[in-house]
Design a protein around this ligand. Sequence first.
Ligand SMILES: Nc1ncnc2c1ncn2[C@@H]1O[C@H](COP(=O)(O)OP(=O)(O)OP(=O)(O)O)[C@@H](O)[C@H]1O
Ligand SMILES: [Mg+2]
Length: 329
Amino acid sequence: MTAPDVLSCRSLVREFSRGRERRRAVDGLDLSVPAGQVCALIGPNGAGKTTTVRMCSTLLLPTSGSISVLGHDVVRDTRAARQNIGLVLGGERGFYLRASAQENLRFFAAVQGARITRRALSDVLDQVGLADRARSRVETFSRGMVQRLHIARAILTRPALLLLDEPTIGLDPEVAVEVRSLVRQLVAEGTSALLTSHSMREVELLADTIVVIAGGRTLAQGDAQAIGAAAGIGEVSSYLIDDWAESYRSQLLSSPGVRSVDVHARGLMTEVVVAWRSGAVPGSAHLPFLVRGEKTQAAGLEECYLALLADRGRSGTGGAPDSLIDAAS
Ligand SMILES: Nc1ncnc2c1ncn2[C@@H]1O[C@H](COP(=O)(O)OP(=O)(O)OP(=O)(O)O)[C@@H](O)[C@H]1O
Ligand SMILES: [Mg+2]
């Protein structure tokens, strides 16, 4: 028998009232996080990511649909579900600044009704790299240290599931790398996670599966390859050329296999980036310009994500950030 998913959301809907209107921030979302995996939820501002995380964390009730954490329904069996969840919100404050790291952690453990031994506390602080600052006041911490303390708070009770809503937002690149490697370490030890992020690099580094949402609805989901297939992009070629003429764009776009064309100035030269349709064989034989240098590689998540959102914009469903369901009731 296969192990049950650590997190499972089925037909999840959340509506909010805005004046006389009711809008769907989350509109029929399905997602699963198997044990020991990271699922990334990505999408533009207002897509419904935080709303989804809040529902999974038991902080917000779904309008309809279901969420279970290790088989515990978050609405009917809130306590049991909550015991298996650690929540980390990016840019969060929420610590007592004049108390020490360990005093804060003890306090939050008590609030959760968890009894935490001295040993467990020092293990957690050690794991997030704050062992030598256990007795320092939080007001003396850098933002990176505060964010590591948030992760310490989330893993105090060793939950099976971490909910990470933009955990590296506002952190400098070096600290973001530190936080990501901490998440990787926790996942390697068996923790599962639902992650939201606007950093495609972070998602590529951490996620086993990806759900792309916009307007509360799923545009694509699966591993990086599946997202590439949904976006219809296989490989991406970058060509360095001397001179660019705008007429090249339509010539390229009408060539077989070309999905999109982007042009960037590179000093005295121009870089032309051609995204090829899945299955197309990239080739420079029919290009309308002389190529000085070229590189072809598998499409990155960013190109696929942008293509999916551009398609949505073109199909006319991208107007409202969330879907209006009834204007009069
Ligand atoms: N408490 C609320 N009351 C009314 N509307 C809300 C509330 N919370 C969220 N919304 C709306 O729900 C939609 C989704 O918001 P949400 O915060 O989930 O987006 P997000 O994907 O997390 O965006 P971001 O990338 O900016 O963090 C938005 O249109 C937002 O205005
Ligand atoms: Mg958000």
